[in-house]
Design a protein around this ligand. Structure first.
Ligand code: NIG
Ligand code: FE
Length: 386
């Protein structure tokens, strides 16, 4: 079954060999042909081959579906009061994670699953066609396993984050907790996860603990990614680069040496910036320009979680990146699509080149510029994904 989508005012392919030759591979007055869920042709409208079906998009812009490479969606409970307190000046230190852990442990499978279904539908409405989600609010073997088991019903991009924080019952025995995460918990979680992550930060896990856990994960086939330099500078970013992590996330306090390391590893390790977290914790945004100019591969993601960034809107994150982090609108869109795909080591998504999956969003707008130009406006008119 093939379908030709015609009358596309602007088509973003992320294929620099087509269209304007920019990284977005922009085509104007374009058409797109989809064959069994895969892009089989892109080009100017008049040249499109015949297809079984035809859809007139009436002058809309079409972009690749967003790839949200960082989210924490398996949880229960609400932390809106914490957000209100932060807006009144209380600093964020990750301490609220334990509130969500208690609520998550107390929840039934059905409750966790229903919450994830709700958030996954919300992501879809915001134009996200691929998303990652982490465990990390269970912090006990059975709770981490069930978080990943439930996550897996919604996405293949599941991440074991037993090392989110040290849970209260291990406060006097953190070595014991690290051993458990890198041992029994990892063993039980491994069949349900593709990635392993550590929150490498003061108040969470130090760089030696992070290394122990990530190396143990890598040894059993989970690829590392990590949270680093969100609240303060540290050695986490360079550890990620050294271990060949797929992505180092937050990077809010990246030093020049960190950025140099990320740039030299741009084919392996992505720098994922999470502006929703700075927004919701009233922190200063990282300067995306430093990463981009150095040559790092940069992704933007939502970090959707109940504590530090409760948004599912990639367009909102893009608008911040453009307004306050030095991205051009084109760079922000690339990072929210192809950048996210790189952070998940996926070649089949994140663009609309021939051979990639036909995952795309139709905008209620004539160009991708409107995503940042019209912040807060629901511009995703339709989402096609297989
Ligand atoms: O990515 N940094 C650690 N984890 C989350 C926050 C989790 C929470 O506060 O519940 C983050 O920001
Ligand atoms: Fe996170």
């Amino acid at each position: 079954m093939s379908t030709v989508y015609t009358n596309i005012a602007e088509l973003v392919t992320n294929d620099p060999t087509v269209g304007d030759g920019s990284p977005l591979g922009l085509l104007t007055d374009a058409a797109l042909v989809v064959d069994d869920g895969v892009v089989s042709w892109v080009g100017v409208r008049g040249g499109a081959p015949a297809a079984d079906d035809s859809v007139d998009l009436q002058g809309a812009a079409v972009i690749p579906g967003f790839v949200d490479s960082h989210a924490h969606l398996v949880f229960a409970g609400d932390r809106a009061h914490e957000f209100a307190a932060r807006m009144a000046g209380v600093p964020y230190d990750g301490g609220g994670i334990t509130t969500t852990v208690a609520a998550t442990r107390a929840a039934t499978d059905a409750q966790l699953s229903a919450n994830l279904a709700r958030l996954s539908a919300e992501l879809r409405r915001s134009g996200v066609t691929t998303f990652e989600t982490k465990s990390g609010y269970g912090l006990r073997t059975p709770d981490e396993v069930r978080s990943l088991r439930i996550a897996r019903e919604f996405t293949t991009e599941t991440t074991f984050l037993g090392a989110h924080v040290v849970p209260a019952e291990y406060r006097e025995n953190r070595d014991g907790y690290v051993r458990s995460v890198a041992g029994e918990m990892l063993h039980e979680c491994r069949p349900h996860a593709r990635w392993i992550d550590v929150f490498c930060e003061r108040g969470a896990f130090d760089v030696d603990e992070a290394r122990t856990i990530l190396e143990a994960g890598a040894a059993v086939g989970l690829t590392p990614r990590l949270h680093a330099a969100q609240l303060a500078p540290g050695e986490g970013i360079r550890l990620g680069v050294e271990l060949g992590a797929a992505s180092v996330d937050h990077c809010t306090f990246a030093t020049d040496a960190d950025i140099e390391a990320l740039a030299s590893a741009s084919a392996v390790t992505v720098a994922t910036l999470l502006p929703g977290a700075e927004f919701s914790t009233r922190a200063a945004y990282p300067d995306g320009r430093r990463f981009l100019d150095a040559g790092a591969t940069v992704a933007l993601a939502t970090d959707c979680n109940p504590g530090s960034s409760y948004t599912t809107s990639m367009a909102f994150c893009m608008a911040i990146a453009v307004r306050d982090m030095g991205f051009t609108p084109a760079e922000a869109l690339w990072s929210a699509t192809a950048g996210g795909a790189a952070a998940l080591r996926r070649r089949d998504v994140g663009g609309l080149a021939v051979g990639q999956r036909a995952h795309f969003a139709v905008l209620d707008a004539p160009s991708h510029l409107h995503l940042a130009y019209r912040p807060g406006v629901p511009l995703i008119a339709d989402v096609i994904a297989g």
